[in-house]
Design a protein around this ligand. Structure first.
Ligand code: TXA
Ligand code: MG
Length: 321
């Protein structure tokens, strides 16, 4: 059990204090809801892994309030990473960088690098800033779902996922639905050329257009045996219902597609996004509603395009049969 509370200034302050005391706080970010814990508190992080049901060697993203704080967590930061941070933070971008001693094995899955992100959601930023004002140095926050399941994009979805595992001292902050809807773009900045480990709203093209920085795309990064990214394993982001990437829904099956694609006769329309941005925003809630409606199969027509559609297709490929 945990309480859902509104993000008033007083609640944010209490939530930051609670994080400092070693409790867990789920909070909204612009991408998905995160489950926060004090990134340097070993027992809080151990509890976080337990609540998520996540294997210990899968690392966590440390959320900070500003790029000024990069140097506390990361060393040998390449010039291109500074430019990326300057251009795209706060925002849905996570940078993997060589770690300092502050980033312990219990955060990094014993890897020599650390994942950092400055989210743009004003409530997330306020929470982290308040946490830092109270002496904290970073909030570790994976998506607030059980391992392998669909990331939550509302406070109610966090409650559905985790209320059985959270304790009464833990909190869920309600900031309404997330605007982006898919997790941040993860960029490996530990080598001479940056590399996308997980696609998100920030695409290679957007990065190039705004900075001139060329970023590679690493398709099977987890297979290269260098850095583990659980979000790049099969069977992630999965609802209970079986997901099929096709328009051939039968009566009683769930159906997700852009609004210009008609619902097959008798199928249950779970989302009707008009654009790829709306598709990303609505996808996880639509998959979740399939489970709530106890549907056993969902047919999904992936969006086309080289924008956020890349991230949506990536997640769909991982949860589909
Ligand atoms: O949008 C997001 O990134 C959300 C919000 C809450 O910020 N967070 C999120 O966290 O998606 P999580 O833990 O569900 O996914 C983070 C991914 C994992 O696949 C993890 O393995 C990878 O980032 N990661 C974390 N630290 C890493 C590191 N040091 N090296 C490589 N990958 C890392
Ligand atoms: Mg996740």
């Amino acid at each position: 059990m945990a309480n859902i509370s509104k993000c008033t200034a007083a609640n944010l302050k209490d939530a930051a204090t609670s994080l400092r005391s070693g409790n867990l706080v789920a909070f909204p970010t612009e991408t998905v809801y995160g489950l926060g814990a004090d990134a340097i508190n070993k027992s809080a992080i151990e509890n976080l892994y337990k609540v998520k049901g996540r294997p210990k060697d899968h690392p966590l993203i440390v959320h900070i309030s500003s790029m000024e704080n990069i140097g506390r967590w990361a060393r040998d930061v390449p010039e291109y990473a500074i430019r990326l941070a300057r251009t795209f933070w706060p925002g849905s971008m996570t940078l993997i960088l060589p770690r300092t001693n502050l980033a312990k094995n219990f955060i990094t899955g014993s890897q020599d690098n650390v994942a950092l992100r400055v989210p743009s959601h004003s409530l997330a930023l306020s929470l982290i800033a308040e946490f830092e004002a109270q002496g904290g140095v970073g909030v570790a926050a994976p998506s607030a779902n059980r391992f392998g399941k669909v990331s939550p994009t509302t406070a109610e979805a966090v409650y559905e996922e985790l209320s059985d595992y959270l304790s009464l001292a833990d909190l869920i902050l309600d900031g309404g639905p997330c605007q982006v809807g898919v997790e941040s773009t993860i960029i490996n900045c530990t080598q001479s050329v940056p590399e996308i480990l997980r696609p998100g709203a920030l695409t290679i093209k957007l990065i190039y257009d705004q900075t001139g920085i060329e970023v590679n795309h690493s398709r099977n990064y987890s297979n290269q045996n260098k850095i583990k990214v659980p979000g790049s394993m099969q069977s992630h982001y999965a609802p209970k219902a079986k997901v099929f990437l096709s328009a051939k829904a039968r009566p009683g099956d769930g159906f997700i597609a852009l609004s210009n694609i008609e619902t097959p006769a008798g199928a249950v329309r779970l989302a009707n996004p008009r654009t790829n941005l709306e598709y990303a925003r609505e996808l996880y809630q639509a998959l979740r509603s399939a489970d709530n409606l106890q549907l056993t199969k969902v047919y999904v027509v992936p969006p086309i395009g080289n924008d956020i559609a890349i991230a949506v297709r990536d997640r769909l490929l991982r949860c589909a049969f």
